[in-house]
Design a protein around this ligand. Structure first.
Ligand code: 5GP
Ligand code: MN
Length: 346
């Protein structure tokens, strides 16, 4: 296992937890399995330390994460503002998991930042912003849940984790690595997994809970997307897929049904980059962009330069305030700019 914080920092972390009574754990907008899993693992552990602890997210997470222990008690700020605002205002410590900048808190950014209570960041995104009292940031790690495994090890807690905590941490790592198929070659990841298995988790059941609980609508949507909406830019080794709100209505697409679609074109031999554009379901005139790549193609650079976003080397996102047609033109420009890299020339 690896140290994720120096001894002084660990002491400060312990002291902040010891002094706090009402802790809020936050995650990023459009929470994924790592955001929800990490936040819930922290919540279970903090509650076991006798703390009052609530997980507050800017908006709801996909239904396929609802099975996670504690998931039904998570507070999504959007649509429940009156209930959730006082919880944020009365917190005496924030643990901010799986995000690197206040802007990723989106709807709850203003409330969280207005509360002067101390803040701890636990994350694995690059370039962490300097807004927390303790920052535990490790971009080389596959998931925030992995960072937490190491942190619990440093605290002497890893071998005492409750099963629910281990389940949430395993789910977080599994979701951020496509079930350990990308960003997961470091040997120490499997040391973490070994410790979690020793806590009695059923990893095969966790896999099925996440990946084998689709609705018929989701499978039909996948078929339609691949057959009709997928455009291959073969000479660029790139794939572009779109999804409009009209199509969402036609297929009865639910929250979470689009999860993972962006990865599918990477199954096609030789594909290096997949771009997925989807009209936002809440804000008209907003197109959300997801990017996935293999090897060393820098999705995050493309996301920063063309889509007002960022992320990891192989998984990034952003947004465009325009129509789908205009968004496709931006994608064309991005592909042209990155053509030399995509074609494999230096
Ligand atoms: P997804 O495609 O799943 O929405 O996002 C993949 C990754 O890209 C996220 O884990 C996050 O790191 C990054 N990302 C997505 N949207 C944004 C954005 O609007 N801004 C930034 N900076 N990063 C984003
Ligand atoms: Mn993550």
């Amino acid at each position: 296992m690896e140290k994720v914080i120096d001894d002084g920092g660990l002491g400060r972390f312990r002291a902040l937890i010891a002094a706090a009574q009402r802790i809020v754990v936050c995650g990023h907008v459009n929470p994924d399995g790592d955001a929800v899993g990490s936040a819930l693992a922290l919540q279970h552990w903090l509650q076991r330390q006798g703390k009052e602890c609530t997980v507050v997210l800017p908006n709801t997470f996909p239904d396929f994460l609802l099975w996670m222990p504690g998931a039904k008690d998570v507070k999504a700020y959007r649509r429940h503002e009156a209930e959730v605002a006082p919880i944020i205002e009365q917190a005496d410590l924030f643990v901010i998991a799986d995000l690197n900048s206040p802007s990723r808190l989106m709807d709850i950014e203003t409330l969280v930042m207005a509360n002067p209570a101390p803040k701890v960041m636990i994350d694995h995104h690059m370039s962490p912003a300097d807004f927390c009292d303790v920052t535990i940031s490790h971009p080389e790690m596959c998931a925030t849940a992995e960072v937490l495994c190491h942190l619990f090890w440093q605290l002497g807690e890893l071998q005492q984790l409750a099963e629910a905590e281990a389940v949430c941490l395993y789910a977080g790592m599994m979701c951020d690595t496509g079930a350990f198929t990308y960003a997961s070659t470091r040997a120490v990841i499997y040391e973490c997994v070994s410790h979690l298995l020793a806590r009695g988790i059923d990893k095969d059941r966790i896999y099925r809970n996440v990946y084998y609980t689709a609705s018929l609508a989701r499978l039909r949507l996948q078929g339609y997307m691949l057959y009709v909406n997928l455009r291959m830019r073969k000479n660029l080794h790139a794939a572009v897929m779109t999804l409009t709100n009209a199509e969402r209505r036609r297929f009865g697409v639910k929250n979470g049904d689009t999860e993972g679609l962006v990865n599918m074109p990477l199954q096609i031999s030789g594909t290096r980059l997949s771009i997925f554009l989807t009209e936002d379901t809440e804000l008209e005139g907003l197109v959300k962009v997801s990017l996935r790549s293999v090897d060393d193609f820098p999705c995050n650079k493309m996301a920063e330069e063309f889509f007002g976003g960022g992320g990891h080397l192989n998984a990034s996102g952003g947004k465009l305030y325009c129509s789908m047609d205009e968004a496709l033109k931006v994608v064309d420009r991005a592909l042209q700019k990155y053509a030399p890299l995509l074609k494999g020339q230096v």
